[in-house]
Design a protein around this ligand. Structure first.
Ligand code: CDP
Ligand code: CDP
Length: 225
């Protein structure tokens, strides 16, 4: 059967990775968590005391860092130079640094190239901020997920509680808002809905409802290929 590429973008906590994972699993496509790649670079930069404001040192670091996404039932397992960092890249420190790391032109250029290579064979679901606009401008299906910041903060808070991590709802809300602002206002590939993306407001929807809408859209696209 013909395969398509699916781009899922949107702000933090909108449900991108949950939906992307479900869609990829049902269609037996590859899921690529592009945010995990930026998080992996932020993790290795912090570990090596590299200034997150300096494009040239981050770009050089990225050139010498092997970031691997491995498919798994939990989404992507992430390895940096063969060390597993799947959980470590979700820490508050990495989350606080990642939007600075991802704003640099040299970093984005390398990341976008890698992501395009990963999706070359079609049959890929990528989630991120610039998939529909920059990484896969020709993706057959582009979805842009949104939800109120209060709902997105609540979802992240619930996740932290489930994982036994200490967590304060108001702090999470402020962090999400500040990260969204940085991601949306950067010069290169800011967080923005692609003109031809289908926007879904997930505030009042369950993750299953959103996934089922996206799967229907994907099946429609596959049928008309
Ligand atoms: O899961 P969450 O929405 O919190 O974030 P993520 O998808 O793991 O992405 C972490 C950060 O990476 C974002 O806040 C962006 O700064 C950056 N990112 C990006 O710039 N472009 C992408 N395609 C994906 C992520
Ligand atoms: O990738 P992104 O940051 O956009 O969101 P996520 O990591 O998928 O996290 C969203 C959290 O909210 C997960 O715990 C989901 O189970 C939950 N959720 C959702 O994803 N979509 C909804 N419509 C409702 C809840």
């Amino acid at each position: 059967m013909n395969k398509i590429n699916i781009a899922i973008d949107g702000p933090a906590g909108a449900g991108k990775s949950t939906v992307a994972k479900a869609v990829a699993s049902l269609l037996q496509y590859v899921y690529i968590d592009t945010g995990a790649m930026y998080r992996a670079l932020a993790w290795v930069a912090l570990k090596n005391n590299i200034d997150t404001q300096e494009d040239w040192s981050l770009s050089a670091l990225l050139q010498n860092t092997n970031i691997i996404l491995e498919p798994s039932s939990i989404g992507n397992r992430v390895f940096v130079n063969q060390e597993e960092v799947t959980d470590a890249i979700r820490s508050n420190e990495v989350t606080a640094a990642v939007s600075d790391v991802s704003a640099h032109a040299g970093v984005r250029e390398q990341m976008v190239k890698k992501q395009q290579q990963l999706a070359e064979g079609k049959g890929a679901v990528l989630d991120g901020r610039d998939i529909g606009t920059t990484v896969l401008p020709d993706a057959e299906l582009k979805v842009y997920l949104i939800a109120s910041v209060e709902e997105r903060a609540k979802r992240r808070h619930d996740e932290h509680v489930d994982k036994g991590r200490s967590s304060d709802l108001e702090t999470i809300r402020r962090d999400i808002q500040s990260r969204d602002e940085k991601d949306a206002s950067r010069e290169i590939s800011p967080l923005i809905k692609a003109e031809d993306a289908i926007e879904i407001d997930t505030t009042q929807l369950s993750a299953e409802e959103v996934a089922s809408r996206v799967i229907n859209l994907a099946e429609e696209r596959i049928r008309i290929l």
